[in-house]
Structure formats: C-alpha cells, structure tokens
Design a protein around this ligand. Structure first.
Ligand SMILES: Nc1ncnc2c1ncn2[C@@H]1O[C@H](COP(=O)(O)OP(=O)(O)OP(=O)(O)O)[C@@H](O)[C@H]1O
Ligand SMILES: [Mg+2]
Length: 275
C-alpha cells in the first residue's frame, strides 16, 4: 500500500479535516513555457527532510505563520504517499493545451471545498499521475489531508479492512481526508468483490469529500474493468455528478526523443462523457 496507515490525528466529526491555517496557495500556475526538467523537485515524497517545493518558504524563512503553514504542508505532502512530488509549475503544457485552462481553474483548490471530483483520462505517459499529484500538493498546501494510492492498492486496503470487520470504520476514517487520489483505474481488472468495495469508497465520499481518479480507459471501458456494468454505471454516475473530467492527449512523454511515435496500446478515442 502506497498510502500511509493514517496515523495523523483527526477529529471525530463527519467532515474532512483541514489541518493548519494554510489559506493561501503558494503554488503558482505559470502561464508560458514549462521549466526545464532539470529544475524539477527531487523524486521521493518520502524524503521529507530534503523535500523541496517551489513556493514554500525555505526552512527558517518567512513569518512565524508562514513557517507554520509551510511545515504543515510538508508533513501532509510527506504523509500523502505520492510516488514523487510534482507541481503544476513543473508540467509541460505543449501537448496539453486543451487541458491547461481546466487545470488552471482547479489550482485555486475551490473544488476541494465543494467536494468536487477530478477525473484525468488519457493514454499512457500523458501526465495523468503528475497532474493528480500536483492537485494533491495543492490540497496539502491548503490544509487538506491527502492520500495517494493506485486503484489496486486501494482495493487491497479496503479488502483488508473488510476481512477484519472494520470496513465501515475505515471508510469513515478516509472521509476525514479532504482528498483521496486513485491512480490507474482500469490497468488491472477487479474481481466482483473488489469492484463492490471500490464502489463503497466512491459512494462514501459522494458529495462529502473529493476524489481525483486517473485512467487510461474511457468511461465506456470501466464496465469491463469492474466486471459489472451495473456497478460501474452507478459508480461513474456518482463520480461525474460533480466532477471536472480532463482528457489528456497525445504521445507518451516517456517516449519523447526516443524515435517511437506511439505505444501499441495507446487509445486516442477517449472522449469526455460530458461531450
Ligand atoms: N506534460 C508533462 N510535463 C512534464 N513531464 C511529463 C509530462 N507528461 C508526462 N511527464 C513525465 O512523463 C512520465 C510519465 O508521466 P505520468 O506518470 O504522469 O503519465 P501517466 O499518464 O500517468 O501514464 P500511465 O498511464 O502510464 O500511468 C513521468 O516521468 C512524468 O513526469
Ligand atoms: Mg500514471
């Protein structure tokens, strides 16, 4: 499981907690060319001691309140379980100009206060995980607790809780996180039981707290992944009821400069269900 065991203290209320006083957004959305990759933060969100984020004051700098907010954000980012720390500033928009304005409007973080969801769709290597992480970093800056894991990891976590007879408690505990990120929906098919557990996660957060999901499949392919068209339809209905669906396009960023135009599995027919 990528995510932490959830050791942060939380209130017993039924609303997502916001830690700290962070009200402003230190991460800027930069209009213009992306930064060279060499300036990107070091990989390893878990390396909290060496965590470097643009927009956060350097340790010891700034007012006391800024230092407190920055330190809270660092802790939340470290606890989120991101595979690597990414920010919107790091993203190269050359290939994703259509998504750029959608993401820029999400950068205010207002979607979290409205318990709206974000779904990032697109072929492999187009930056879904990077953008999901960047939204998670924004949430952490704004005082929300965040957890990142792949869909398979979430199912493992929920299955464990179910087996131990504490699924309701686990879902209630997860509701205290302002943002849960589910990466890689559709990469591996689910068993029927797993699909039902995943549905319960989506359902328990519906209109209560935000989800960010990424998938390389259009919604029409989710029925196959979840092994049940009815469960998939009910789940998609809840997810997209209050959601921004962002479709990334093009060739894999991983293949840039490698003389490979496309991957055999690359789907280019992903469409926004709102269309
Ligand atoms: N627009 C971009 N700007 C900068 N880096 C990018 C961009 N798109 C992708 N990358 C880089 O390419 C690699 C793959 O990106 P990412 O993991 O976000 O893709 P993905 O869409 O999640 O792919 P997959 O479907 O295979 O999980 C990462 O190293 C990421 O940092
Ligand atoms: Mg990914």
């Amino acid at each position: 499981m990528t995510g932490p065991s959830g050791s942060e203290a939380g209130s017993d209320g039924d609303h997502p907690d916001r830690d700290g006083q962070a009200a402003h957004l230190p991460c800027r959305v930069v209009e213009g060319a992306a930064h060279p990759r060499s300036r990107r933060p070091a990989r390893g969100a878990g390396e909290g001691g060496g965590l470097v984020l643009r927009g956060l004051p350097r340790r010891g700098a700034g007012t006391r309140s800024e230092r407190r907010n920055a330190s809270g954000a660092r802790l939340r980012i470290r606890a989120a379980g991101f595979p690597a720390v990414k920010t919107i500033e790091d993203f190269d928009w050359d290939q994703q100009s259509a998504a750029r304005h959608q993401v820029a409007s999400l950068a205010s973080g207002a979607f979290l206060l409205e318990s709206r969801n974000v779904v990032l769709l697109g072929p492999p290597g187009t930056g879904k995980t990077d953008l999901a992480t960047a939204l998670g970093v924004i949430a952490a800056h704004q005082g929300h607790r965040v957890l990142f894991a792949t869909a398979t990891e979430w199912v493992t976590r929920l299955s464990d809780a179910h087996r131990q007879g504490r699924l309701p408690q686990e879902l209630a505990r997860l509701r205290r996180y302002g943002l849960i990120i589910v990466d890689e929906v559709g990469y591996l098919p689910f068993e029927q039981d797993s699909a039902n557990l995943f549905f319960q996660l989506v359902s328990s957060r519906y209109e209560h707290a935000s989800l960010v999901l990424t998938s390389n499949l259009p919604f029409s392919g989710w029925g196959t992944v979840f092994g049940d068209q009815v469960v998939a339809a009910a789940m998609i209905d809840r997810i997209v009821d209050h959601a921004d669906v962002i479709t990334l396009k093009g060739a894999s960023y991983r293949l840039r400069g490698r003389g490979i135009d496309s991957l055999p599995s690359t789907r280019t027919d992903i469409t926004d269900p709102a269309d």
